[in-house]
Design a binder for this molecule. Structure first.
Ligand SMILES: [Zn+2]
Length: 252
């Protein structure tokens, strides 16, 4: 468990959990697993430890938990007003298992503006014991109305306890730079910084407890996409096309 998860679990046990949190992270499967771990903590009813692995909420899988609602804006190719109404309806229902309810929206930067507007009232006056947990690629892509109401947690690219010097660029910095569509040489520099940051992360992962084949696979596949993108830069492909296909792939 990392420091943020511990603080989140402490807040949950103390009954001080907020109602709206956005997790920002560029590596989509990693961000999703992190958000799911937070959801398990929020749903848990353990008195001393969360997740406790023994309470009624912990004893069912997340997908079967009646107090958990998941929707992906990435898989669904965008989220519209009907989705927003569905989240609101779910969020206003009573808890089935007696604890908190969690609405996890993956890729909240894929909410269109009418969906974001439809969610405003719910986010401003959430039902008791209900948490809206969003994940997003980057903070700047979220509608302003959402941005101004959320608490944010940005997933570090590099494990904090690695003892390594982190890359000066955070994941979000890199994505911001990509979203500015740098041309040729500048794009290559951003991509090479990203590879360097991944290298540091890979070393930290290999040294740490988080070293599962899946995490390593995620890093390797992102690395491969970046390497392919750099080849395309060198072949003078339109930088905008390169950036768009890279951002789409790092979600896939
Ligand atoms: Zn539990």
């Amino acid at each position: 468990m990392d420091a943020f998860e511990e603080a989140f679990a402490d807040a949950s046990i103390a009954g001080r959990l907020g109602h709206f949190l956005v997790v920002v992270g560029v590596e989509y499967p990693h961000t999703r697993r992190f958000a799911e771990r937070l959801a398990r903590i929020a749903l848990c009813q353990g008195k001393e430890r969360r997740p406790c692995d023994t309470c009624v909420s912990c004893s069912v899988s997340l997908t079967l938990n009646p107090d958990y609602f998941f929707r992906s804006g990435i898989e669904a190719d965008g989220l519209g007003i009907d989705d927003a109404k569905e989240f609101t309806r779910f969020g206003s229902m009573h808890s089935m298992l007696g604890g908190w309810r969690v609405v996890l929206i993956e890729g909240a930067d894929h909410l269109n503006s009418s969906a974001a507007n439809a969610l405003l009232k719910t986010l401003e006056e959430p039902a008791p014991q209900t948490m809206f947990l969003f994940s997003a690629h980057t903070r700047s892509r979220l509608p302003e109305t959402i941005r101004s109401r959320a608490m944010f947690f940005r997933l570090p690219l590099v494990a904090r306890d690695s003892g390594e010097q982190a890359s000066p660029d955070t994941t979000e910095d890199i994505v911001e730079k990509l979203n500015a569509y740098p041309s040729g040489q500048a794009l290559d520099t951003v991509l090479s910084d990203w590879q360097r940051a991944l290298q540091v992360r890979l070393r930290a992962t290999l040294d740490g407890a988080a070293s599962t084949p899946r995490v390593l696979g995620d890093i390797a596949s992102l690395w491969k996409h970046i390497a392919e993108a750099r080849k395309r830069v060198h072949a003078n492909v339109n930088p905008r096309l390169i950036v768009e296909s890279l951002l789409a792939r790092s979600y896939a």
